[in-house]
Design a protein around this ligand. Sequence first.
Ligand code: HEC
Length: 154
Amino acid sequence: MTLRPKAFALVLAIGIAGVTTAVLAHQGATGVVKERMDGMGMLQEAVKQVGQMLRGNGAIDPETTRRAGQALQAHAGSQMTDLFPEGSLMPPSEALDVIWTDWAEFERLAAELDRAAQGLSSAAASNRAGVQAAFADVASTCKACHEKFREKKD
Ligand code: HEC
């Protein structure tokens, strides 16, 4: 599909608006809320890099895969949950207070991310299908936690 210039400009504008909203949502965050948002941003960056690699037709780069796995581990397990002290819902946080009524499940998913990230690092030496499967594991963990513990964005 070739987009006509006008349509392309529109797509570009929407893309840029999306980025600006994310930056604004983050603005004004301080303390643990800022720390965990920064950590989540790092997770998103790592996921994006592996996603782009998998979407491309080039070879799977073991180094990119391993580094992404390590980056994910740096904000998983207790490294993540330590940044959620009880009741820390200061704006602009999008965290839900069910985190503290269902703390065991929150911790379980954070630990699950650690395991999935380790799996991604280990899959670095395998083929595309192996990396894809490990990546799907990571992505479904992000999703499971957000569905339960983060405000829905529409
Ligand atoms: C154990 C739960 C959990 C897991 C696992 C998890 N997240 Fe999050 N994530 C949250 C919560 C809760 C918030 C909202 C934090 C806040 O706003 O205070 C959040 C927020 C975010 C944000 C928004 C940050 C901002 O600046 O507003 C991004 C991006 C994000 N997560 C990406 C990811 C990615 C990518 C993964 C998987 C690699 C992931 N998260 C895994 C719970 C989780």
